[in-house]
Write a protein that binds this ligand. Structure first.
Ligand code: GLA
Length: 394
């Protein structure tokens, strides 16, 4: 989709031209470090080249009109700046509405309405952060069209607040951070407690990162995501009776093993085990990558999946079938689910000249077990959210 095509649709739908500016925010994969973000641990995501495009224009009145080419059947969603409250009927449009509301609440001067058009090529509900992508693209578009200067971290944090308070998913900061701060050919090691981060070059040479969509959709608001978060909070409370910690991410493996008896509920103890070991694996993964030890990196990915399956219990038959099938293939270094789980996508690091065979064989097993196909993409790691063109209209 080029920006001129977007401008044509904009003109046709809204009856006016957009500003000659266009914006893009990617989706993300997470290489390792799952469910650690809201526990103050580390994550290791990378932004991908699939994402959400947006163009828009300021209006003279107080109306907000939003249109997504992905939900064309829903038409234009329209509301007034004075009522940006969450509305079930507004479906996808709640994300951009929420961003506008939270920018206003933070004191940014948005006194005029806007027309905004979106187009995205991230499969939605696939765990590749289509929601963070639309939040972040809205944030930078509003920054652009209202002539604001907003620190990127602020937009990231507002995106997370929209997700938590407005949409109602208690997610951590990983997705918005990866989408907002991604860098081409790099992953980001992020400490979710301090928000310190570093970029690590991903140079896989003979290997490719393959994204495998289980095509089992899930919405986090309807999933067990918030329940997992609650279980971690309860475990933390138990541990705090003796340990001086503010989050599970602060525990070393040794400390966890010494104090795990304090967690009275066995399920919550298993959840905590995943968090502590996954956090340690994430730091180790960065070292492996730095040393060029891809085998070692792949092994950590596999261990991560097993822990998410047995201790955190967020994988499910679809993702387990894909990952276990992937492990059996020639040329595989490692495979695991990515994102929240409960469906969505897995990732695998596969030797480039084995990729075609890999796809065929994994899909055959998947189809036989689940009854429908998986979809495969080769991940290309692109930049984070940015303005991409000043050439939307001549
Ligand atoms: C979702 C959430 C993230 C993170 C992952 C699991 O993607 O939005 O904050 O918790 O799940 O690692």
């Amino acid at each position: 989709m080029n920006t001129q095509e977007l401008a044509n649709v904009f003109q046709e739908k809204f009856g006016t031209p957009p500003l000659p500016r266009s914006f893009f925010a990617p989706g993300r994969i997470n290489l390792i470090g799952e469910h650690t973000d809201y526990n103050g641990g580390h994550v290791f995501p990378a932004s991908i080249s699939l994402g959400t495009y947006a163009i828009g224009n300021k209006r003279n009145d107080k109306r907000l009109r939003l249109y997504s080419m992905n939900f064309a059947q829903m038409g234009i969603m329209e509301c007034d700046l004075s009522d940006l409250s969450f509305n079930d009927n507004h479906d996808w449009a709640n994300y951009p509405k929420g961003m506008l509301l939270y920018l206003q609440k933070s004191g940014y001067d948005i006194s005029h309405g806007a027309d905004i058009l979106f187009f995205g090529n991230i499969p939605s509900g696939a765990g590749l952060s289509s929601s963070a992508s639309i939040e972040m693209v809205t944030g930078i578009l509003l920054e652009g069209i209202y002539d604001l200067t907003i620190d990127r971290l602020k937009i990231i944090q507002l995106g997370q607040m929209v997700e938590n308070e407005y949409i109602g998913v208690n997610s951590g900061i990983m997705d918005q951070f990866a989408v907002g701060k991604g860098m081409k050919d790099h992953a980001i090691l992020l400490n979710c407690k301090t928000l310190e981060y570093q970029y690590a070059p991903i140079s896989l040479k003979k290997h490719a990162v393959i994204i495998i969509n289980s095509n089992k959709q899930r919405t986090l608001s309807g999933s067990k995501y918030n329940e997992r978060r609650k279980q971690c909070e309860l475990a933390l409370k138990d541990l705090q009776t003796e340990c001086h910690i503010d989050s599970l991410g602060e525990l070393t493996i040794e400390e966890f093993e010494k104090h795990k008896h304090l967690i009275t509920n066995i399920t919550n103890r298993k959840r905590t085990k995943h968090i502590v070991y996954e956090n340690a694996r994430t730091l180790e993964a960065l070292d492996k990558l730095r040393m060029g030890d891809l085998q070692g990196f792949g092994k950590l990915m596999n261990e991560s999946h097993i822990s998410l399956k047995d201790d955190y219990e967020v994988t499910g038959l679809e993702l387990d079938t894909i990952v276990q099938a992937a492990w059996k293939q020639e040329g595989i270094l490692g495979a695991r689910m990515t994102g929240a789980g409960f469906g969505g996508c897995a990732i695998a690091i596969v030797e480039k000249n084995k990729v075609e065979d890999f796809k065929k064989k994994v899909n055959a097993i998947y189809h036989r077990t689940i009854g429908y196909d998986a979809t495969f993409y080769t991940a290309s790691i692109g930049d984070g959210a940015k303005e991409i063109s000043k050439e939307v209209v001549q």
